[in-house]
Design a protein around this ligand. Structure first.
Ligand code: NAI
Length: 342
C-alpha cells in the first residue's frame, strides 16, 4: 500500500526497484478545480495512490494552502500548486491524467442543466489548455452537466486537431457507486461483491441502472426495481437537499473520481483487467455519446462492452428508449455551444 511504501527503508526501496515487486510511482495527475468541494478530498485521495509521482493542483484561487496541506502526507507523489490561467500551461505539461471538477455545483431546486451557462465556458477553456499542453492525456470530466460538457470537450479537442475519443471520459462512477451501495443494502448483499452497470448519461432519467445485470445475480420485485432505479437517479438531489444550499455531493464524488483515476492509472500501467462505466463516444446506440461499461487499456478505451445492453428487461428497454431524446438534446446543446465559439 502507499503507506507501507512510504515507510520502507532505502535498501528495501532499491531492492524493490530491481525486482519490480511493487507498482512504481510514475504517473502525473492534474486536478483542475482542486480547491473546491470535490477537488480537495479528491486531491487527498489521489495523494494516497502508489502509482502517482506528481500531483498538480490547479484552481483560480485558494489552492496554495490545499497543496501545502496535502504535501505533508508521506506518500510518494510530489505536490505542486498552480493558480490562475497564467500557470495552467505549466500545470498540464507532461501530465498523464487530467481530472476536471471545476465549476459551480447545484443548489436545491436547480438541475444539472441549469449549470450549463457557467460550466460550459469553464470546461471549454480548461480543455483547450489540455489540448495545447498535454494532448495525449486521459481527460476525466466531472463538471456538470456531464451529458453536455463531454461533447463540448470533444468539439474543442477536434478544433485543436488532437481529439482521441478513447481518452475522453465523462465520470459517471458515482452513479455506479450509489447503485452498488443501494442494491447491497436493499438485498442484504456483501457490498464488496456487488457490481451494477449504469448506462446512458449522468442526469435524471438518463441515468439507467441495469439491475438485471447486477453481479452477483440478484432478483428484484417490480416495486424494488422502480424504487431502486428512481433512488439511484435522484441520489444527487438527495445530497443537494440535505446540504440545503451548501452544494452537491463532494465526498462520495471524490471517492468515486479517485476510483476512476486509480483504474485509469492501472490501465496505463499495463493491467489487462480494468473495467469501469464511463460516458464516452460510443456506437452502442444511435447516440454519439453514451455511458456503458468500457475496458480500459494503455491507450484509453480499449473496448466498449455491448453485452450489458443485450437481453434487457422490458422495464430497462423502455427506460433506455425514454432517455434517448433527453440525452440527444443535451449532446446537441454541447456541440452547438462549442461550434458557436469558432
Ligand atoms: P465547488 O464550487 O465547491 O468547487 C468548484 C471549484 O472550481 C472551485 O474551487 C472554483 O474556484 C473552481 N473553478 C471555478 N472556475 C474555474 C476555472 N475556470 N478553472 C479552474 N477552477 C475553477 O463545486 P464542487 O462541489 O466541487 O462541484 C464541482 C463540479 O462537479 C460541479 O459542476 C458539479 O455539478 C460537478 N459534480 C459532478 C458529479 C458527477 O457525478 N460527475 C457529482 C457531483 C458534482
Amino acid at each position: 500500500s502507499a503507506l507501507r511504501a512510504s515507510f520502507a527503508t532505502k535498501a528495501q526501496k532499491e531492492s524493490r526497484n530491481q525486482h519490480q515487486l511493487q507498482p512504481q510511482a510514475s504517473y502525473k495527475v492534474a486536478v483542475l478545480g482542486a480547491a473546491g468541494g470535490i477537488g480537495q478530498p479528491l486531491a487527498l485521495l489521489i495523494k494516497m495512490s502508489p502509482l502517482v509521482s506528481d500531483l498538480h493542483l490547479y484552481d483560480i484561487a485558494n489552492v496554495k494552502g490545499v497543496a501545502a496541506d496535502i504535501s505533508h502526507c508521506n506518500t510518494p507523489s510530489q505536490v505542486r500548486d498552480f493558480t490562475g490561467a497564467s500557470e495552467l500551461g505549466d500545470c498540464l505539461k507532461g501530465v498523464n491524467v487530467v481530472v476536471i471538477p471545476a465549476g459551480v455545483p447545484r443548489k436545491p431546486g436547480t438541475t444539472r442543466d441549469d449549470l450549463f451557462n457557467i460550466n460550459a465556458g469553464i470546461v471549454r477553456d480548461l480543455v483547450s489548455a489540455v489540448a495545447d499542453n498535454c494532448p495525449g492525456a486521459f481527460i476525466h470530466i466531472i463538471s456538470n452537466p456531464v451529458n453536455s460538457t463531454v461533447p463540448i470537450a470533444a468539439e474543442i479537442l477536434k478544433q485543436k486537431g488532437v481529439y482521441d475519443p478513447k481518452k475522453l471520459f465523462g465520470v459517471t462512477t458515482l452513479d455506479v457507486v450509489r447503485a452498488n451501495t443501494f442494491v447491497a443494502q436493499r438485498k442484504n448483499l456483501k457490498l464488496i461483491d456487488v457490481d451494477v452497470p449504469v448506462v446512458g448519461g449522468h442526469a435524471g432519467i438518463t441515468i439507467l441502472p441495469l439491475l438485471s445485470k447486477t453481479r452477483p445475480s440478484a432478483s428484484f420485485t417490480d416495486e424494488e426495481i422502480e424504487e431502486l432505479t428512481v433512488r439511484i437517479q435522484n441520489a444527487g438531489t438527495e445530497v443537494v437537499e440535505a446540504k440545503a444550499g451548501a452544494g452537491s455531493a463532494t465526498l462520495s464524488m471524490a471517492y468515486a473520481a479517485a476510483r476512476f483515476v486509480e483504474s485509469s492509472l492501472r490501465a496505463l500501467d499495463g493491467d489487462g483487467d480494468v473495467y469501469e462505466c464511463a460516458y464516452v463516444q460510443s456506437d452502442l446506440t444511435e447516440l454519439p455519446f453514451f455511458a456503458s461499461r468500457v475496458k480500459l487499456g494503455k491507450k484509453g478505451v480499449e473496448a466498449l462492452i455491448p453485452s450489458d445492453l443485450q437481453g434487457l428487461t422490458e422495464y430497462e428497454q423502455k427506460a433506455l428508449e425514454a432517455l434517448k431524446p433527453e440525452l440527444k438534446s443535451s449532446i446537441e446543446r454541447g456541440v452547438a455551444f462549442a461550434q458557436k465559439q469558432t
